[in-house]
Design a protein. Structure first.
Length: 277
């Protein structure tokens, strides 16, 4: 794919599971659809398949009379860490071909990746124009980016995922002179001003300079994000489904968190709209 042509590719990635990658992907997809953008989505996490199940739940909910929900063009490609070399190569070729096919037809492609270091995962990262890494607000999750000394709180060095991202930045540059804009979003933030929360903020600010990523606000710790999955809905659907007067203050705040994330993505095609759905 030639840099600057076709869809803007957003990859949501983190080698650690349970960080909210699929929730982030789905909210990005729906927010962009509500901007009037043409969106394709690719699920590389076939073993968990959370994004694909999310899509299935959304189709089932929208099947009822009177319900209309925007949907992306969705595709699934299997990523296996134990695949024989020939099968793995075929999976990677299929992903490359799929991106090439979708890019001229859509404004945005959102790729949800599994929590492992398979070849297909690395390849998906290398196609990113924007890489979004959701990170739970804990030092256990921070370990995927960097090793931190527990006594001094000093950064010892980058961890395996940060090194993988750096390698895929090089791969992208060699392929088409493209650039990966890496965003780290602190996810499941508590409203409490805890000491560890302040330490995380300081270390992430330092890491952003050392590792070359941007920090953007993520999603707060809200039960509603998990509840919406079963109906295939996102925060951006609630006003249409429940009515504007039915939204709680927490839901309004959560919708703004999604808007803030979308606004943090640097691509000119979004400058004409705002995530108002």
């Amino acid at each position: 794919m030639t840099a600057g042509k076709g869809a803007h590719v957003i990859v949501v990635g983190n080698e650690k599971g349970g960080t909210g990658k699929s929730t982030t992907s789905m909210h990005l997809i729906v927010a962009l659809l509500k901007l009037g953008r043409s969106v394709a989505s690719i699920d590389l996490d076939v073993r968990q398949g959370t994004l694909t199940r999310y899509m299935d739940n959304r189709r089932a909910f929208a099947a009822a009379p009177g319900r209309r929900l925007p949907m992306p063009v969705h595709a699934v490609i299997q990523a296996r860490t134990d695949a024989p070399s020939g099968a793995a190569r075929a999976e990677e070729d299929r992903l490359s071909s799929l991106i090439e096919q979708l890019a001229p037809l859509h404004d945005v492609i959102v790729i949800d990746t599994p929590g492992n270091d398979a070849g297909l995962t690395r390849l998906g990262h290398s196609y990113a124009d924007t890489l979004i890494t959701p990170l739970n607000d804990s030092f256990m999750d921070l370990d995927v980016l960097a090793r931190v000394d527990g006594d001094s709180m000093r950064i010892i060095g980058p961890s395996q995922y940060a090194e993988m991202v750096w390698k895929q930045k090089m791969t992208r540059a060699q392929r088409d002179n493209g650039f990966i804009d890496w965003i780290v979003m602190r996810n499941r933030l508590s409203s409490l001003d805890a000491r560890n929360k302040r330490r995380m903020a300081r270390i992430l600010r330092e890491l952003s300079t050392r590792l070359g990523f941007r920090l953007v606000p993520g999603f707060g710790e809200r039960v509603v994000f998990r509840e919406l999955f079963l109906r295939g809905l996102t925060m951006m659907d609630l006003r249409d489904v429940a009515g504007p007067d039915a939204l709680t203050l927490s839901q309004i705040a959560a919708r703004q968190e999604v808007r803030t994330l979308v606004e943090g993505i640097r691509f000119a095609s979004l400058a004409r709209g705002s995530a108002t759905g």
